[in-house]
Design a protein around this ligand. Structure first.
Ligand code: GLN
Length: 251
């Protein structure tokens, strides 16, 4: 069982001006709403760039962004290790795209390789092909995953928009978020997306991913709360998921 936590669940939205380009801030709304529907108090703690990241939150959200803002975000986050300390105390992290790259060991931007937080055992490069091979194109489009069976999730839907390719480091713990059914994801021969290590989930899926996949929101919430009462739907989201699956011809 996770340690008993404060009565109001605090969801930290990290540097939304830098890591908010793709609407991933919506993940905070989904988490708070799914808690409130269950009668659990929840609060979004928006952390502007330049402000210290509080260590006492329950869930930390990092979204996608362009290369330069992503580099600034990594520099800011490396100034203190609040997220790492929070995770050691049982907090959860959802990091999407640029956020996923930033919490890994290293990522490319502006022709250089930058240090990430090392919270997740992955590294990102523009390509893992031989240096003389042409750079692979940016990937933009729908993505659908068959989640790792250990996560007990239904099909995961989203979209991706990235130039980086991401692979686990040798000896990395954890499981891929899922096997790619449509799209690219990590862009490595294993055909996987993301990595889940303990209570840290990194993925290339925008959407925002939790709005299209309430079961993933509930997975993060159970990591910090323990088992929660089942909460169906909502029906609009079920309809959205069915429509997306039909559009992708995977219904
Ligand atoms: N800048 C990163 C890349 O292009 C991440 C992009 C994003 O967050 N959508 O790979």
């Amino acid at each position: 069982m996770p340690a008993a936590r404060e009565s109001t669940t605090r969801i930290a939205l990290i540097y939304p001006e830098l890591l908010g380009t793709y609407g991933d801030g919506g993940n905070a709304l989904v988490l708070t709403q799914r808690l409130r529907w269950r009668g659990i108090a929840a609060e979004v703690v928006s952390v502007p760039a330049g402000e210290p990241v509080p260590a006492g939150c329950d869930i930390y959200l990092l979204g996608g962004g362009e290369d330069e803002p992503q580099t600034l975000a990594a520099e800011g986050l490396r100034r203190n290790n609040s997220i790492e300390r929070a995770v050691a105390g049982g907090a959860a992290v959802l990091a999407v795209c640029a956020g996923y790259q930033v919490i890994g060991q290293s990522f490319p931007a502006g022709g250089k390789i930058h240090d990430g937080l090392g919270l997740l055992g992955v590294e990102t490069r523009r390509s893992f092909d031989p240096p003389d091979a042409p750079l692979p194109p940016r990937v933009v489009g729908d993505i659908a995953l068959d989640p790792d069976p250990s996560l007990r999730l239904p099909l995961v839907l989203g979209y991706e928009n990235h130039g980086g390719r991401t692979r686990p480091l040798p000896g990395a713990r954890g499981v891929p978020f899922g096997k790619v059914r449509i799209g690219l994801g990590n862009g490595i021969p294993e055909g996987t997306d993301g990595l889940v290590e303990g209570t840290v989930l990194g993925t290339y899926l925008h959407g925002p991913v939790l709005a299209q996949n309430p079961a993933v929101a509930d997975l993060l919430l159970t990591w910090v709360h323990g088992p929660l009462p089942a909460l169906p739907g909502p029906p609009e989201v079920d309809a959205l998921r069915a429509a997306r699956a039909r559009a992708l011809q995977i219904a």
